[in-house]
Design a protein around this ligand. Sequence first.
Ligand code: DC
Length: 228
Amino acid sequence: MSDRRDVQVAIDGPSASGKSTVARAVARELGFLYVDSGMLYRALTRAVLRRGRRGDDTDAVVETMRLCRWDMQVEDGAVWLSLDGERVGPELRSPEVAEAVSDVAAIPEVRHFIVEKLRSTRAFGPLVMEGRDIGTVVFPAAAFKFYLDADPAERARRRLRDMAGMGAVAEMEQVQRSLERRDRRDRTRAEAPLQIALGAEVLDTTSLTVDEVVRYIVGRVRAGLARA
Ligand code: DC
Protein backbone atom coordinates (compact mmCIF):
# COMPACT_ATOMS: atom_id res chain seq x y z
CA MET A 1 0.00 0.00 0.00
CA SER A 2 2.69 2.45 -0.95
CA ASP A 3 0.29 4.96 -2.48
CA ARG A 4 -2.13 6.27 0.14
CA ARG A 5 -4.49 7.48 -2.60
CA ASP A 6 -4.78 4.05 -4.13
CA VAL A 7 -6.72 2.28 -1.39
CA GLN A 8 -9.91 0.30 -1.93
CA VAL A 9 -12.29 -1.14 0.65
CA ALA A 10 -14.43 -3.86 -0.95
CA ILE A 11 -17.77 -4.72 0.66
CA ASP A 12 -19.68 -7.59 -0.91
CA GLY A 13 -22.72 -9.59 0.11
CA PRO A 14 -26.27 -10.60 -0.85
CA SER A 15 -29.21 -8.21 -1.29
CA ALA A 16 -30.34 -6.39 1.85
CA SER A 17 -27.36 -7.57 3.90
CA GLY A 18 -26.81 -3.96 4.96
CA LYS A 19 -24.00 -3.25 2.51
CA SER A 20 -25.25 0.12 1.26
CA THR A 21 -25.90 1.65 4.67
CA VAL A 22 -22.65 0.30 6.07
CA ALA A 23 -20.50 1.17 3.05
CA ARG A 24 -21.83 4.73 2.93
CA ALA A 25 -21.13 5.29 6.63
CA VAL A 26 -17.68 3.68 6.46
CA ALA A 27 -16.76 5.93 3.53
CA ARG A 28 -17.96 9.01 5.42
CA GLU A 29 -16.00 8.06 8.56
CA LEU A 30 -12.81 7.41 6.63
CA GLY A 31 -13.21 10.36 4.28
CA PHE A 32 -13.18 7.94 1.34
CA LEU A 33 -15.49 8.05 -1.68
CA TYR A 34 -18.54 5.79 -1.71
CA VAL A 35 -19.29 3.75 -4.84
CA ASP A 36 -22.50 1.75 -5.28
CA SER A 37 -21.63 -0.69 -8.06
CA GLY A 38 -25.22 -1.99 -8.29
CA MET A 39 -26.22 1.50 -9.49
CA LEU A 40 -24.54 0.81 -12.86
CA TYR A 41 -26.40 -2.48 -13.38
CA ARG A 42 -29.67 -0.87 -12.30
CA ALA A 43 -29.19 2.19 -14.52
CA LEU A 44 -28.62 0.00 -17.56
CA THR A 45 -31.65 -2.13 -16.63
CA ARG A 46 -33.86 0.96 -16.45
CA ALA A 47 -32.58 2.19 -19.82
CA VAL A 48 -33.45 -1.22 -21.34
CA LEU A 49 -36.97 -1.23 -19.79
CA ARG A 50 -37.57 2.35 -20.97
CA ARG A 51 -36.92 1.21 -24.51
CA GLY A 52 -39.66 -1.37 -24.03
CA ARG A 53 -37.21 -4.29 -23.99
CA ARG A 54 -36.63 -7.05 -21.43
CA GLY A 55 -33.66 -7.71 -19.14
CA ASP A 56 -33.24 -11.23 -20.52
CA ASP A 57 -33.06 -9.97 -24.12
CA THR A 58 -29.26 -10.08 -24.36
CA ASP A 59 -29.05 -8.37 -27.77
CA ALA A 60 -31.25 -5.47 -26.64
CA VAL A 61 -29.29 -5.07 -23.41
CA VAL A 62 -25.91 -5.08 -25.13
CA GLU A 63 -27.13 -2.67 -27.80
CA THR A 64 -28.55 -0.30 -25.17
CA MET A 65 -25.28 -0.49 -23.21
CA ARG A 66 -23.29 0.51 -26.31
CA LEU A 67 -25.65 3.31 -27.36
CA CYS A 68 -25.76 5.03 -23.96
CA ARG A 69 -23.23 7.66 -22.92
CA TRP A 70 -21.68 6.71 -19.56
CA ASP A 71 -20.11 9.40 -17.36
CA MET A 72 -18.82 8.92 -13.84
CA GLN A 73 -18.31 11.93 -11.62
CA VAL A 74 -17.65 12.76 -7.97
CA GLU A 75 -20.19 14.70 -5.93
CA ASP A 76 -20.89 14.89 -2.18
CA GLY A 77 -18.40 12.18 -1.24
CA ALA A 78 -19.72 9.64 -3.73
CA VAL A 79 -19.14 8.56 -7.31
CA TRP A 80 -22.26 9.05 -9.42
CA LEU A 81 -23.23 7.82 -12.84
CA SER A 82 -24.89 9.90 -15.53
CA LEU A 83 -26.42 7.85 -18.30
CA ASP A 84 -27.09 9.88 -21.44
CA GLY A 85 -26.70 13.05 -19.39
CA GLU A 86 -29.22 12.00 -16.72
CA ARG A 87 -27.84 11.63 -13.19
CA VAL A 88 -29.17 8.39 -11.75
CA GLY A 89 -30.40 8.15 -8.15
CA PRO A 90 -32.63 6.30 -5.70
CA GLU A 91 -35.47 5.92 -8.22
CA LEU A 92 -33.47 2.98 -9.60
CA ARG A 93 -34.80 0.91 -6.69
CA SER A 94 -38.23 0.42 -8.29
CA PRO A 95 -39.70 -3.14 -8.24
CA GLU A 96 -39.58 -3.31 -12.09
CA VAL A 97 -35.83 -2.63 -12.12
CA ALA A 98 -35.28 -4.98 -9.15
CA GLU A 99 -37.02 -7.84 -10.98
CA ALA A 100 -35.03 -7.46 -14.21
CA VAL A 101 -31.58 -6.43 -12.96
CA SER A 102 -30.25 -9.93 -12.16
CA ASP A 103 -30.82 -10.99 -15.78
CA VAL A 104 -28.94 -7.91 -17.01
CA ALA A 105 -26.13 -8.47 -14.49
CA ALA A 106 -25.69 -12.07 -15.65
CA ILE A 107 -24.71 -11.09 -19.23
CA PRO A 108 -20.91 -11.47 -19.64
CA GLU A 109 -20.53 -8.47 -22.04
CA VAL A 110 -22.36 -6.30 -19.52
CA ARG A 111 -20.14 -7.45 -16.67
CA HIS A 112 -16.91 -6.83 -18.59
CA PHE A 113 -18.04 -3.37 -19.59
CA ILE A 114 -19.23 -2.35 -16.11
CA VAL A 115 -16.20 -3.86 -14.35
CA GLU A 116 -13.98 -1.58 -16.45
CA LYS A 117 -16.11 1.45 -15.54
CA LEU A 118 -15.88 0.52 -11.87
CA ARG A 119 -12.12 -0.01 -12.00
CA SER A 120 -11.68 3.44 -13.52
CA THR A 121 -13.05 5.02 -10.31
CA ARG A 122 -9.86 4.23 -8.38
CA ALA A 123 -8.36 7.27 -10.12
CA PHE A 124 -10.73 9.48 -8.06
CA GLY A 125 -8.97 8.50 -4.81
CA PRO A 126 -9.45 6.11 -1.87
CA LEU A 127 -12.85 4.50 -1.99
CA VAL A 128 -15.34 2.13 -0.43
CA MET A 129 -17.14 0.11 -3.10
CA GLU A 130 -20.06 -2.19 -2.41
CA GLY A 131 -21.41 -4.96 -4.63
CA ARG A 132 -21.22 -8.69 -5.36
CA ASP A 133 -17.85 -9.13 -7.09
CA ILE A 134 -15.75 -6.23 -5.81
CA GLY A 135 -13.27 -8.34 -3.81
CA THR A 136 -13.29 -11.20 -6.34
CA VAL A 137 -13.22 -9.45 -9.74
CA VAL A 138 -13.24 -5.64 -9.69
CA PHE A 139 -10.46 -5.13 -7.12
CA PRO A 140 -9.06 -8.57 -6.26
CA ALA A 141 -5.96 -6.88 -4.83
CA ALA A 142 -7.98 -4.53 -2.59
CA ALA A 143 -6.23 -3.99 0.74
CA PHE A 144 -9.49 -4.44 2.66
CA LYS A 145 -12.25 -6.92 1.83
CA PHE A 146 -15.42 -7.66 3.75
CA TYR A 147 -18.37 -9.95 3.07
CA LEU A 148 -21.58 -9.01 4.90
CA ASP A 149 -24.36 -11.50 5.42
CA ALA A 150 -27.52 -11.83 7.52
CA ASP A 151 -30.16 -14.51 7.75
CA PRO A 152 -32.92 -14.35 5.09
CA ALA A 153 -35.76 -13.27 7.42
CA GLU A 154 -33.67 -10.42 8.82
CA ARG A 155 -32.72 -9.31 5.30
CA ALA A 156 -36.39 -9.32 4.27
CA ARG A 157 -37.25 -7.19 7.34
CA ARG A 158 -34.51 -4.70 6.42
CA ARG A 159 -35.71 -4.50 2.83
CA LEU A 160 -39.30 -3.91 4.04
CA ARG A 161 -38.08 -1.09 6.28
CA ASP A 162 -36.19 0.50 3.36
CA MET A 163 -39.28 0.21 1.19
CA ALA A 164 -41.50 1.73 3.88
CA GLY A 165 -39.02 4.62 4.09
CA MET A 166 -39.66 5.24 0.39
CA GLY A 167 -43.43 5.04 0.86
CA ALA A 168 -43.84 1.55 -0.65
CA VAL A 169 -45.92 -1.17 0.99
CA ALA A 170 -45.22 -4.88 0.53
CA GLU A 171 -45.79 -8.28 2.14
CA MET A 172 -42.91 -9.78 4.13
CA GLU A 173 -43.32 -13.16 2.41
CA GLN A 174 -43.32 -11.63 -1.05
CA VAL A 175 -40.19 -9.58 -0.27
CA GLN A 176 -38.40 -12.63 1.10
CA ARG A 177 -39.29 -14.66 -2.01
CA SER A 178 -38.07 -11.88 -4.30
CA LEU A 179 -34.77 -11.60 -2.38
CA GLU A 180 -34.28 -15.37 -2.54
CA ARG A 181 -34.93 -15.39 -6.29
CA ARG A 182 -32.40 -12.63 -6.84
CA ASP A 183 -29.79 -14.24 -4.56
CA ARG A 184 -30.17 -17.54 -6.38
CA ARG A 185 -29.57 -15.87 -9.72
CA ASP A 186 -26.62 -13.82 -8.37
CA ARG A 187 -24.98 -16.87 -6.78
CA THR A 188 -25.47 -19.33 -9.62
CA ARG A 189 -24.67 -17.23 -12.70
CA ALA A 190 -21.63 -18.43 -14.66
CA GLU A 191 -19.90 -15.06 -14.79
CA ALA A 192 -18.59 -13.54 -11.52
CA PRO A 193 -21.16 -15.17 -9.19
CA LEU A 194 -21.63 -13.79 -5.70
CA GLN A 195 -19.06 -15.52 -3.50
CA ILE A 196 -16.74 -14.81 -0.62
CA ALA A 197 -13.52 -13.29 -1.96
CA LEU A 198 -10.17 -14.77 -1.05
CA GLY A 199 -8.95 -12.93 2.01
CA ALA A 200 -12.35 -11.35 2.80
CA GLU A 201 -13.53 -11.10 6.37
CA VAL A 202 -17.07 -12.48 6.75
CA LEU A 203 -19.39 -10.55 9.06
CA ASP A 204 -22.76 -12.02 10.02
CA THR A 205 -24.73 -8.86 10.76
CA THR A 206 -28.01 -10.58 11.78
CA SER A 207 -27.78 -9.42 15.37
CA LEU A 208 -25.43 -6.47 14.94
CA THR A 209 -26.43 -2.82 14.65
CA VAL A 210 -25.27 -0.72 11.71
CA ASP A 211 -23.06 1.22 14.11
CA GLU A 212 -21.34 -1.91 15.36
CA VAL A 213 -20.55 -3.10 11.85
CA VAL A 214 -19.34 0.35 10.78
CA ARG A 215 -17.11 0.73 13.83
CA TYR A 216 -15.62 -2.70 13.27
CA ILE A 217 -14.77 -2.08 9.60
CA VAL A 218 -13.44 1.44 10.21
CA GLY A 219 -11.26 0.05 13.01
CA ARG A 220 -9.83 -2.67 10.76
CA VAL A 221 -9.07 -0.20 7.97
CA ARG A 222 -7.45 2.35 10.30
CA ALA A 223 -5.33 -0.36 11.92
CA GLY A 224 -4.29 -1.68 8.51
CA LEU A 225 -3.39 1.77 7.22
CA ALA A 226 -1.39 2.53 10.37
CA ARG A 227 0.64 -0.66 9.85
CA ALA A 228 1.30 -0.03 6.15
O1 DC B 1 -26.70 -4.07 -4.82
P1 DC B 1 -27.95 -3.91 -5.68
O2 DC B 1 -29.19 -4.52 -5.08
O3 DC B 1 -28.17 -2.52 -6.16
O4 DC B 1 -27.62 -4.79 -6.99
C1 DC B 1 -28.51 -4.87 -8.05
C2 DC B 1 -28.25 -6.11 -8.89
O5 DC B 1 -27.01 -5.97 -9.59
C3 DC B 1 -28.19 -7.43 -8.12
O6 DC B 1 -29.05 -8.37 -8.74
C4 DC B 1 -26.80 -7.91 -8.28
C5 DC B 1 -26.21 -7.10 -9.38
N1 DC B 1 -24.85 -6.66 -9.06
C6 DC B 1 -23.83 -7.42 -9.51
O7 DC B 1 -24.06 -8.45 -10.15
N2 DC B 1 -22.54 -7.04 -9.28
C7 DC B 1 -22.29 -5.94 -8.57
N3 DC B 1 -21.01 -5.60 -8.34
C8 DC B 1 -23.34 -5.15 -8.07
C9 DC B 1 -24.63 -5.54 -8.32
